[in-house]
Design a protein around this ligand. Structure first.
Ligand code: SER
Length: 553
């Protein structure tokens, strides 16, 4: 097996499937489009759900992608082990009612054994218990030795999410050798230890579940495969984990250069190096895809990751904002595959630097106060009032406070914290409502020349619209450079406050710039006013924009 860099592996995979007549599509955005079920894209197939269900016709029946993915169920474990990470890329080849098991298995095997030259004796394959068809194809057509085949039940080898298309799957495992194993005589594929690692999941989407677990066979079954690029790189580079992979290592090296510490010298500092390395990868890509730090939804995930990374910078002695600098290395390492990062470099650095700097101003006093609070706490519980104060005054996301408190073997009274947050939110809403009324009525700004805004939010989010008026510093303007402003569009998916209903918040993107909407109001003639802050390049009347309201309220 030849050592292969992560970027080269990505290219080899996509080119291989192009040679099998697949259309190579760029990665979809990390922000799901028209899918309320998830905050961030977490697998290669998720942005293509509608191609699978047939709701939308794919550009070609064979598609291959390398998809940016973020998974955040266990952020607090990232860094503690070398296994966890929030950001990864997923390679995939997809058939929408075109080829099926014969081709998917044969090509997967060809890619592994011929293109990457992985020795067959190091590969194992699992099939779903009842999938004799797949077992026969693997053993009789592809030629896998039956001693390298295993059968697993529904939990491991059947892929489904409630009602809809679903099916059995096959997973390909790589044997890292007995010295990586647990040593148990029972150690085999499926063992939790580090010896056999699952690399590639081939899903044979052949049934339709009616929601009551009645399965009918699909006339045109699909193929959905997924393989973690970093995991494949670990195998091809013969390294133990994601943080040792070439491109990821270069990011860590940059942090090491800034901090002046070494990796593998001190277990606690290693945690910090891994936290920062992982989080700067995910946050660079999130900002690149238009996410802005905020206190809810995706914006909260971004804020939490950036602030967690900033705090770990502190823990390894970095006494200045540094994340925007490290983000340059993330962009450099990914420049070929993700040219939009290079185009947006200045914007991404600006957003990260602004968030880091605003946290930086309060981090020391916040940490000092938290130490005092913990020392004065009773029964090892930090009160909800203390946690709220840290969030409200010092910008400590609750999860960061919880993590620091847990490091000191304490917990947070989350119930009272939540009550305080809710109270503050209600108060802010009523203030905002009062403010918004006067905002436009008393400002002397008139929108009489503007037609009533068309509302599209009943049927869609993501509306393409045109800027028809702008207000900043209390005056109508032709363009606004940055900062607080009001944006008026010809149409919008944002719901304006009325009859006690709170106005929508969300994001309006204008090319590379982002307008974060903090409230939406309407004037007496039905002109919708988006109140918020502009980050990035100037916006002018006539610009085209995309409106995306926050779905999680
Ligand atoms: N959907 C499957 C997975 O996420 C295969 O792509 O593993």
């Amino acid at each position: 097996m030849k050592w292969t860099g992560l970027n080269e592996l990505r290219e080899k995979y996509l080119a291989f499937f192009e040679s099998k007549e697949h259309l190579r599509l760029p990665s979809f955005s990390l922000v799901p489009q028209g899918d309320k079920s998830i905050l961030l894209i977490n697998a290669g197939m998720t942005p293509m759900k509608k191609y699978f269900t047939g709701e939308v016709t794919p550009p070609k029946k064979r598609v291959t992608t390398c998809q940016k993915c973020i998974r955040t169920p266990d952020i607090e474990n990232v860094g503690k082990t070398a296994r966890h990470g929030t950001y990864f890329e997923m390679l995939g080849n997809f058939s929408f009612g075109d080829y099926f098991k014969h081709e998917a298995t044969a090509w997967a095997w060809e890619f592994f054994t011929k293109v990457l030259e992985i020795p067959e004796e190091l590969l194992y394959v699992s099939v779903y218990l009842e999938d004799d068809e797949a077992y026969d194809i693997w053993t009789k057509e592809v030629g896998v030795d039956p001693s390298h085949m295993v059968r697993f039940g529904k939990e491991d080898n059947f892929w489904e999410h409630g009602a809809g298309p679903c099916g059995p799957c096959s997973e390909i495992y790589f044997d890292r050798g007995p010295d990586k194993g647990c040593g148990s005589p029972d150690c085999k594929v499926g063992c939790e230890c580090d010896r056999f690692i699952e690399v590639w999941n081939l899903v044979f989407t052949q049934f339709e579940n009616d929601g009551n677990n009645n399965y009918t066979r699909l006339a045109n079954p699909n193929i959905d495969t997924g393989m973690g690029l970093e995991r494949l790189a670990c195998i091809m580079q013969d390294v133990d984990n994601l943080f040792e992979v070439d491109t990821v290592q270069n990011i860590m090296k940059h942090i090491i250069d800034i901090s002046g510490i070494e990796y593998h010298k001190d277990a606690k500092k290693d945690i910090s190096l891994r936290v920062i390395t992982d989080h700067i990868r995910s946050t660079t890509f999130m900002v690149g895809d238009g996410v802005l730090p905020s206190n809810s939804g995706r914006g909260y995930v971004l804020r939490r990751l950036l602030r967690r990374a900033a705090r770990h910078g502190r823990l390894i002695g970095i006494d200045r904002p540094f994340l925007a600098e490290v983000c340059e290395t993330v962009i450099k390492e990914n420049a070929n595959a993700y040219p939009n990062l290079v185009e947006k470099q200045d914007y991404i650095k600006k957003v990260i630097a602004m968030e880091e700097e605003s946290f930086y101003k309060t981090i020391d006093s916040g940490l000092g106060l938290l130490n005092e609070m913990m020392a004065n706490s009773k029964d090892n519980v930090l009160s909800g009032e203390d946690a709220f104060k840290l969030q409200d005054t010092f910008g400590f996301p609750i999860d960061l406070t919880k993590e620091i408190v847990a490091e000191n073997n304490m917990t947070v009274d989350e119930d009272s914290f939540k009550t305080l947050v809710e109270e503050a939110r209600m108060k802010a809403k009523s203030v905002k409502r009062d403010g918004a009324e006067t905002d436009w009525r008393n400002s002397g700004v008139s929108f009489k020349d503007i037609a009533k805004t068309e509302f599209t939010g009943y049927t869609e989010n993501n509306t393409n619209a045109t800027v028809v008026a702008l207000v900043s510093d209390g005056e109508r303007k032709d363009f606004v450079e940055s900062g607080d402003a009001i944006l008026v569009l010809d149409k919008t998916s944002f719901y304006a406050e009325s009859g006690g209903q709170v106005g929508d918040t969300g994001v309006i993107t204008i090319g590379d710039s982002t307008f974060e909407v903090t409230n939406t109001t309407k004037d007496a003639d039905g002109v919708v006013l988006h109140h918020g802050t502009l980050v990035g390049d100037a916006v002018k009347v006539g610009d085209t924009v995309v409106t995306v309201y926050n779905e999680e309220k």
